[in-house]
Design a protein around this ligand. Sequence first.
Ligand code: BGP
Length: 462
Amino acid sequence: MSLNYKFPDGFWWGSATSATQIEGAADEGGKGKNIWDYWYQTEPNRFFENVGPETTSNFYHQYKEDIQLMKEIGHNTFRLSISWSRLIPGGRGEVNPEAVAFYNNVINELLANDIEPFVNLFHFDMPLELQEKGGWGNRDVADAYRDYAKECFRLFGDRVKKWFTFNEPIVPVEGGYLYDFHYPNVVDAKRAVQVAYHTMIAHAKAVESFRSFNIEDGKIGIILNLTPSYPRSNNPADLRASNIADLFFNRSFLDPAVLGEYPQELIDILREHGQLPFTKEKDKDLLKENTADLLGVNYYQPRRVKAKEHLPNPYSPFMPDWFFDNYEMPGRKMNKYRGWEIYEKGIYDIMINLKENYGNIESFVSENGMGVQNEERFIENGEIQDDYRIDFIKEHLKWLHKAIEEGCNAKGYHLWAFMDNWSWMNAYKNRYGFFSVDLKTQKRTPKKSAHWIRTVSGHNGF
Ligand code: BGP
């Protein structure tokens, strides 16, 4: 069969998810509480149609069936996350044997079906007790995280070879400390900077511990949402705005994770505005010596920016947005359900940037996808005809293919998500899966895209 877009042999076809979003069983199996359980208890109105994280997509009980479905649609890899508060309730101390059994079962089941597990250690789900101690704002939490990571390497490192310290570590910074969409709903840039910094320290400590295990063929990395900043124009004021947005939202994690140091320009801006974090002398070496082997790239949307229209109110809290305004490009293509622009070329631009400025680090698209509301309206013969999702994936894959042809070191593509899952504040509003999930019966039904991806993965292209 002749293909227009053939991917390199061994390309990783799969999907991604996170513990809180699919496991359910939030009060079962000895799991401790995390910030999502707590926030939902205290403010259920913050969640779409008041749906919380207690049951989500029931993976805890249906993982075997789900893994069969993954196999059926040609997955050779699958990313999950371990729930810290399930493995170590309270975040520190005793390991919960029921959690160990659950994750062992999932990992073994994946391997028995020739699906390589990619395991992420933190996906927005801070154990409540540690949040009460200050969360990432407290440096001791970075040590607790290192100990938790170490347990994971010890327990599962004989079978899991691809590890990730964090998924989108900037999101809890933005959501929890700047823009009020994650617990603890603080608005304080100085704390946000400290939280971001300690997250990187936690990352480096986990990488250091990982290396001491000498896991054969083991790799460790981080997953970042790299949202390219496109200036409205080439006017120097617009270019400056986009450069600063890039420093805050991409390079704040990308540079320390891959190059082992923070961009000087970012340090200068933070210093000028009195926002620098507390650091320790040996941190520089720690970061330099513990860079990532592998980078997951989550890409959903570009960020378009322009120079500010108005000077920021000097009495308002300091924000990254003091340096740029968001720009609504006329005629931009939108996913109106999620409110995100669709710009497929962004994936190519990210990959070229990694090649040119980040040593062409081994990477893959670790999340990309399209959340759509009320998908039932597209049901024909019992299945959702999600041609829009197929187009979305195809167009992104074309650009990824071009990047690979030009020498980018991209090894795979994971969709968000395998099945419909619970989302942070949006709960089950927008559906992302190859499989739809009936929330009453927990029945999974393939969408048209599930059949399509099976062919793509089978042919290693399309
Ligand atoms: C990413 C997160 C995922 C997932 C996805 C879709 O940022 O890593 O956890 O939720 O976005 O976004 P949302 O669920 O907000 O629609």
